[in-house]
Design a protein around this ligand. Structure first.
Ligand code: FDA
Length: 305
């Protein structure tokens, strides 16, 4: 089921047709406050009032024209400006291919550099999402270049990739901010742990390494997962090693396990919600379905009035 859904996420014909179907549009609402940035800000204001941090991502990936990247960057600059008027500034999370990485890596760097500078002026952060495996090297290179000039930049690392332990050691040298996730793409066994237990074990080991670095002021750590039991296991390890809970941020996606995030927040884990919005939600939504096949039943139930 997971593989079929991830294939559907990549299929151009389905990408064109499915989003037009009303039941699909209805089902996606569960994961998005709406398609517009105004919808996202409405959700963000409520989350900020409840004491959470908020990250924004406008959905879209793999652009075909560089002019589209210019428009995406302009959008994020506007978000940073509007976000700084909130009680707590909005952090921004971008996909490098959304800023033209497939077309011109130098242009992507220039956009990210300008966004990071603007984010610093607004006392907030720029995060790089991690996409499928061919993008890992260019994304890490982009991150290292940005981190040389900016302290307020973070990168997402995927625990299911066998290479990530080595990537983390490489990045720890530069004092990274890391959002650690399990990984959302369909990667072969030669490069990724395909069994959930193996990916979870890798996640825990990487998280503990990052927690120790965070304790010593050498990293910022965001546990990007809805797996609250895993977060608590990492919390127990970290506590024994003298890591203050305030150093273990938990980042979840809007609409997924929100009550669990609030519970973790009450237990002392700084909590953040990543709010996604925009019209280009199809591949992103299919990856959310693939993470939990029960979501497919939820989507199908939308067909019944
Ligand atoms: P896991 O799949 O083990 O699930 C733990 C619990 O959460 C289960 O009870 C499960 O049912 C529930 N759950 C998980 N996903 C759900 C869903 N979609 N709907 C309903 N319930 C769900 N990936 C990537 O490759 N690059 C990236 O940049 C990012 N960015 C990112 C940011 C943030 C803030 C988060 C939380 C996640 C990502 N991801 C990501 C996605 C990530 O790689 C992973 O696919 C999902 O988080 C699902 O894995 P979990 O760690 O949540 O655990």
């Amino acid at each position: 089921m997971r593989r079929i859904l991830l294939w559907m996420a990549r299929n151009p014909t389905l990408r064109e047709r499915l989003p037009r179907m009303r039941f699909v549009r209805r089902a996606v609402r569960r994961f998005m406050p709406g398609e517009t940035v105004a919808d996202a800000f409405r959700a963000a204001d409520a989350l900020i009032a409840s004491g959470q941090g908020v990250l924004f991502t406008r959905l879209g990936e793999n652009l075909t024209a560089l002019s589209e990247a210019d428009a995406v960057a302009a959008h994020y600059h506007a978000v940073i400006d509007a976000g700084r008027t909130r009680a707590r500034p909005i952090e921004v999370s971008v996909k490098p291919t959304q800023l033209g990485l497939d077309i011109d890596a130098e242009a992507t760097y220039r956009h990210c550099d300008a966004l990071a500078r603007h984010a610093a002026e607004a006392a907030t952060w720029l995060w790089l999402d991690m996409e499928s495996s061919p993008y890992v090297d260019p994304t890490i290179e982009l991150y290292e270049r940005l981190r040389a000039d900016h302290e307020n930049v973070g990168i997402c690392l995927q625990a299911y990739l066998r290479r990530t332990a080595a990537d983390l050691q490489r990045l720890l040298v530069i004092g990274p901010a890391v959002r650690l996730v399990k990984g959302a793409y369909d990667e072969p066994a030669s490069i990724a742990y395909r069994r959930k237990a193996d990916a979870d074990a890798s996640y825990q080991t990487l998280a503990v390494t990052l927690a120790l670095a965070a304790r010593d002021g050498r990293a910022r750590l965001g546990l990007g997962t809805h797996d609250a039991d895993l977060v608590r296991r990492i919390g127990t390890f970290a506590e024994a090693a003298g890591v203050p809970r305030a150093k273990l941020e938990v980042h979840m996606l809007y609409g997924i396990r929100a009550p669990e995030l609030r519970r973790l927040q009450r237990e002392g884990y700084p909590s953040h919600t990543l709010v996604a919005y925009g019209t280009a939600w199809y591949p992103w939504y299919m990856r959310r379905l693939a993470e939990r096949p029960a979501n497919v039943l939820f989507a199908l139930r939308q067909v019944i009035p």
